[in-house]
Design a protein. Structure first.
Length: 448
């Protein structure tokens, strides 16, 4: 199925409701005005050709980040197929949400960037059409119950919601049937504040032929929840910042050092924070890599600087891992974006969180020149590593040798999906002959 085009799926009339849901979810997930152009770009990418040989497009770098006052952000490049997904059947993985589904021989697992983030496609007929399962995620309005939100979202299509369980998580299901196509959808509230939406689509004429196969794929779903020991991560970030000025978690004896360069005012950094949580669970907690959060302040000016100081001071007082999630929660609150980073708002955030920290010590840290010096050090590190936009993930064996990952000869500059990242990390571990968890007691720090 090389050269498969997602455009051929859209010829099925029943796709309308799915597209409506995806557009609404995408709109709900926008948390800054800068995402508007990205949504338009993603809509154009929906018809991109997906081949096993395709590679992501490089993102242009900005030469002088210290002079930038407007956001400089990256997002994933062009569409690409994961070599691990084949037409002979296999396990389709969405690493970010810990979701796996098994598909049979004759079907192909396709990984794209947007708006159909993932597709499992069945055999095609002479016209190039065939059954497929499309998977997408997005934020939803948590002021309502999940069911209320879904009822409002589907009311125009007169959809009847039924209770379902997908991957062990309770959600709702509904159908859309017309002369040309039949669609069956599953929606679950996972992770917190998000929806995973799964659609089975086939022509109405062929529905009876393929629905049982698609049902088996859906029934095979397994979800591994994100479960991080926040207290242990807080302690590690604190001790490492005291020792070497870096907010690092993980075993210092492991062969890989992963650094994320991010800015709290960057909308894609907000989106990518959950991706990094999953990477930490899969590679740091398991003892394969250590991870450093390198926080920059060139995207949002004073707003970024203030948020960065809160992050550093939170780390110094033992709540660093908690703090970066609190700050991003402020970013997302009422879609405020970087406008949320004011002294008043962040102080209220800290008070509401009721963290066990010394408030006077925290305020003294915010005013301390040593805090500003750490920000300057991180900026100097990013400049030395050639990082001029955010988010970016670099990998090496130490602070001084972290580099952009490569897919072939191309550097992956930007916040790429984990189906790009994990194979590269695994190859580096294999090359270092260190794929096994180190024989230390480090894992016990995380409750292992």
């Amino acid at each position: 199925m090389n050269g498969l085009r997602l455009r051929r799926f859209m010829r099925l009339g029943g796709i309308g409701i799915l597209m409506l849901l995806l557009m609404v979810l995408a709109a709900c997930s926008n948390s800054d005005e800068d995402d508007t152009e990205d949504a338009a770009d993603n809509a154009e990418t929906a018809t991109a050709e997906v081949t096993e040989e395709s590679t992501p497009e490089a993102t242009a770098a900005v030469e002088t980040p210290s002079d930038v006052t407007e956001p400089v952000v990256n997002e994933a490049g062009g569409s690409a197929g994961d070599p691990a997904q084949t037409s002979e059947g296999g396990v389709w993985k969405w690493h970010e949400w810990g979701l796996e589904m098994t598909y049979p021989a004759g079907w192909q697992g396709i990984l794209t960037d947007a708006p159909f983030v993932f597709v499992i496609a069945g055999p095609t007929d002479e016209s190039g059409q065939g059954p497929y399962i499309a998977v997408q995620s997005g934020a939803y309005d948590t002021s309502k119950t999940f069911r209320e939100f879904m009822e409002e979202l589907t009311v125009a299509d007169n959809a009847t919601l039924t209770d379902i369980t997908f991957g062990g998580i309770e959600g709702v299901g509904f159908e859309s049937i017309n002369e040309s196509s039949t669609s069956r959808f599953v929606a679950i509230p996972y992770p917190e504040g998000q929806i995973i939406l799964v659609g089975e689509i086939a022509s109405t004429e062929e529905w009876n032929t393929w629905s049982s196969v698609m049902d088996e794929i859906i029934a095979s779903a397994v979800i591994t929840p994100l479960e991080l020991d926040e207290e242990a991560l807080n302690e590690q970030m604190q001790s490492n910042l005291e020792a070497n000025g870096l907010m690092t978690v993980g075993d210092p004896e492991v062969p890989l050092w992963i650094a994320e360069f991010m800015d709290f005012s960057c909308p894609h950094c907000y989106d990518y924070s959950a991706v990094m949580d999953r990477l930490v669970q899969d590679y740091v907690v398991t003892g394969k890599a250590q991870f450093t959060l390198a926080v920059l302040d060139f995207v949002g000016g004073e707003a970024s600087t203030l948020a960065t100081k809160y992050q550093i001071c939170g780390t110094k007082l033992g709540v660093g891992w908690t703090m970066h999630h609190l700050i991003f929660a402020e970013y997302a609150e009422d879609q405020a974006g970087r406008a949320a980073y004011t002294e008043e708002n962040l102080a209220a955030m800290l008070q509401d969180a009721e963290l066990d920290i010394d408030q006077e010590a925290f305020e003294a840290c915010l005013a301390d020149e040593a805090t500003t010096a750490i920000i300057a050090d991180h900026l100097a590190w990013s400049d030395a590593a050639g990082v001029h936009s955010t988010p970016n993930v670099l990998v090496g064996t130490s602070r001084d040798d972290v580099k952009f990952m490569k897919l072939g000869d191309q550097e992956l500059q930007g916040g790429y999906p984990l189906y790009y990242v994990y194979p590269i990390l695994d190859a580096m571990l294999t090359e270092a002959d260190s794929a096994a968890v180190p024989a230390t007691d480090f894992g016990k720090v995380f409750g292992g």
